[in-house]
Design a protein around this ligand. Structure first.
Ligand code: BV8
Length: 270
């Protein structure tokens, strides 16, 4: 079945997804010629692992809270116990999650191309658990804690005062989750690593993100400016779908294995 070309000129490949041999020739060429692949993943990447996307996560007692309002330094300063409890609830959600076939396909891709860097907006650690090693956690990690005043990573927490949040054992300030809140700068190391990965990117996969949060979404625009082939994998059009050369309207857990299968069983490129 020929794949139809999308309204914005991108080629829709979901029709061919069951038969990877029938992926559009242009996409197969880009895959086989890729020397430096960069992947940007969003919350949709973890959806099939049972981790609700950031906006869906608000169920039960958290349904009445706006996640974008909770994920801010102001919210934490105003009610640290509430925000800490929200993150404890999300940690429990993620602790039971397992990486899915899409995460594993990206780890496999890393073994088959010269360079493959995953830049993730997710804070759940699932890419590393699936075996990806070149992972940039652009928005931090849910399971890391930092001192709210000094900012350094805390390996241990002082829980002697009972009421959450626990305290920094060094200075007694509140401990906070090691994630990047709205209004906070992306850590310089993550920005530099992302810029280095994008410096000579030739294939860019945007997976499971609405492309609505910056500066992460700006990485897609940067890859486009660098002349990379852009592929979007999403169950719906993202805000930057118009930049894509190819779009899989499909879940990440199906599309990513199909893409990696299309590389054939050859080993890493010579
Ligand atoms: C910054 C960690 C400046 C926390 C997150 C006013 C004041 C300050 C800043 C701003 C402002 N207005 C705008 C901004 C910029 C702001 C921003 O972009 N706001 C948006 C809302 C407009 N950005 C920031 O604040 C950033 N910092 O600008 O700092 C600065 C500079 C210098 C010095 C000081 C300050 C920081 C942004 C980081 C925020 N932290 N996460 C936590 O997790 O608690 S962002 C968080 O929301 C997630 O990490 C994710 O990135 C984002 C969106 O979450 P979701 O909607 O769940 O996921 P996503 O958007 O990825 O959508 C899901 C997609 O998956 C959908 O498209 C869906 O169709 C698809 N899907 C679903 N299932 C599947 C699927 N796809 C494939 N397969 C499936 N199965």
């Amino acid at each position: 079945m020929e794949s139809a070309s999308g309204a914005n000129g991108a080629t829709d490949v979901d029709a061919a997804i069951e038969r990877t041999a029938e992926l559009p020739a242009g996409l197969c060429e880009a895959l086989h010629g890729a020397r430096n692949v960069v992947v940007l993943s969003g919350a949709g990447m973890s959806a099939e692992s049972g981790v609700p996307t950031f906006r869906e996560a608000q169920t039960g007692l958290w349904a009445r809270f706006d996640p974008q309002a909770l994920a801010t330094p102001e919210a934490f300063a105003r009610d640290p116990a509430l925000v800490w409890r929200w993150y404890e609830w999300r940690r429990d959600l993620v602790a039971d999650a397992e990486p899915h076939a899409g995460h594993r396909a990206l780890a496999e891709l890393e073994a088959r191309v010269e360079r493959c860097t995953v830049i993730t907006q997710n804070v759940d650690g699932l890419h590393r658990r699936a075996g990806s090693r070149e992972v940039i956690e652009f928005h931090g990690n849910l399971f890391e804690n930092r001192c709210f005043v000094e900012g350094h990573v805390l390996e241990t927490l002082d829980t002697s005062r009972g009421e959450p949040p626990p305290r920094c054992p060094d200075c007694g300030a509140w401990a906070r989750p090691g994630v990047v809140w709205f209004g906070e700068a992306i850590p310089a190391a993550a920005l530099e690593a992302a810029d280095a990965a994008l410096s000579d990117v030739d294939l860019f996969l945007s997976v499971g993100t609405s492309s609505s949060v910056y500066p992460a979404a700006g990485l897609i625009e940067q890859a486009a400016r660098r002349g990379a082939t852009l592929v979007e994998i999403n169950t719906e059009d993202s805000a930057l779908a118009g930049l894509m050369d190819f779009r899989f309207t499909a879940p990440a857990g199906a599309a990513l294995p199909a893409l990696v299968d299309a590389l054939g069983n050859g080993g890493p490129h010579p």
